[in-house]
Design a protein around this ligand. Structure first.
Ligand code: 3HC
Length: 287
């Protein structure tokens, strides 16, 4: 654990929020997970319970699962969640106006030494930080899904992020057992998603134009390139709606194959069906 951080608040209990909460609690931090929706909080808590026990059984951490779960509190009350937090990690949906509102409230409710981090994957840290008068203590802390399993974390500077803030965020990520990298330019997609983007984008247009199937595209990436998952299986994991909102927010055209799934409410694993069927079918079936 990091010396100057004991209590962490995670805002949002979706895939990223509950995963970050779990990773921080496994590392020994007291964590408050906050969501506006009681059902999302309950679902996130269930996922953590399942995951922390499963990873313990597999020997992937040596923390006592019950002690980890005891370190996690949940609430719908933002002020209560962040008032005593030494670090806040925001993981609410990828909508700039929403995130800016959250950061305006954070400035009011948090201690002036608290680290204010956003897990945004696609929005500008500078634009989010500008909703506060404390832009020097706002930083990007970009985890990857599933946060408890993925090693890399991007520590992203906004234009006014201080070195002290970025270093605290870097050390915090290290204290979770992660490998952080600094991203010093607040460019869209940061480093990882900029590199990954074409590998997800091109197949979505190919499938939309009937030039390839979902299964063929995934097989190509896994069997030829050696990736752990193909682009469609990965979208099912991260949430098709997440990619959809990112594109919408950036004013980018949306591939029909993505639009169709979002309209049908088939958002990936979390709804039981996305590009593949996880409830009635066999899940990703390109093997
Ligand atoms: N907690 C506990 N266990 C989990 C888990 C979790 N959160 N997620 C998966 N597992 C378990 C599964 O249940 C399965 O268990 P089983 O062995 O009993 O069936 C097991 O892990 C799967 O293990 P495997 O050995 O088959 O797979 P790996 O351990 O090798 O890897 C993976 C799983 C880490 C998810 C791997 O497939 C992977 O790296 N996939 C790519 C993920 C990725 O690229 N993420 C980044 C997405 S981009 C992003 O997040 C950016 C953001 O901005 C949107």
């Amino acid at each position: 654990m990091q010396d100057d951080i004991e209590r962490v608040a995670v805002l949002g209990a979706g895939n990223m929020g509950h995963g970050i909460t779990e990773a921080a609690a496994i590392a020994g931090y007291d964590v408050v997970m906050r969501d506006v929706d009681e059902d999302v909080l309950a679902d996130g808590s269930e996922q953590i319970d399942w995951s922390v026990r499963k990873l313990a059984e597999k020997g992937e951490h040596d923390a006592d699962p019950d002690a980890v779960l005891d370190r996690i509190e949940t609430t719908t009350d933002l002020e209560r969640a962040v008032a005593d937090a030494d670090a806040v990690i925001e993981a609410v949906p990828e909508k700039l106006a929403l995130k800016r509102d959250v950061f305006t409230d954070l400035e009011e409710y948090t201690d002036e030494d608290a680290l204010l981090a956003t897990n945004t994957s696609s929005l500008s840290i500078t634009d989010i930080a500008a909703a506060t008068d404390a832009a020097e203590r706002v930083v990007g802390l970009h985890f990857f899904n599933p946060p408890v399993r993925m090693d890399l974390v991007e520590v992203v500077y906004g234009e006014q992020t201080s070195d002290d803030t970025a270093e605290r965020a870097y050390e915090f990520a290290e204290s979770l057992g992660k490998t952080p990298i600094y991203v010093r330019k607040d460019v869209n997609g940061f480093v990882v998603n900029s590199v990954l983007g074409p590998f997800v984008e091109e197949p979505a247009w190919m499938v939309s134009g009937d030039e390839a199937t979902v299964e063929q595209a995934d097989a190509a990436m896994v069997h030829e390139r050696g990736y752990p998952m193909g682009p469609f299986e990965l979208s099912d994991l991260t949430g098709i709606d997440v990619a959809y909102h990112v594109r919408e927010e950036a004013g980018k055209p949306i591939p029909p194959v993505m639009e169709d799934r979002v309209e049908a409410g088939d958002l990936g694993r979390k709804t039981g069906r996305g590009y593949y069927d996880y409830e009635g079918g066999e899940g990703a079936t390109y093997e």
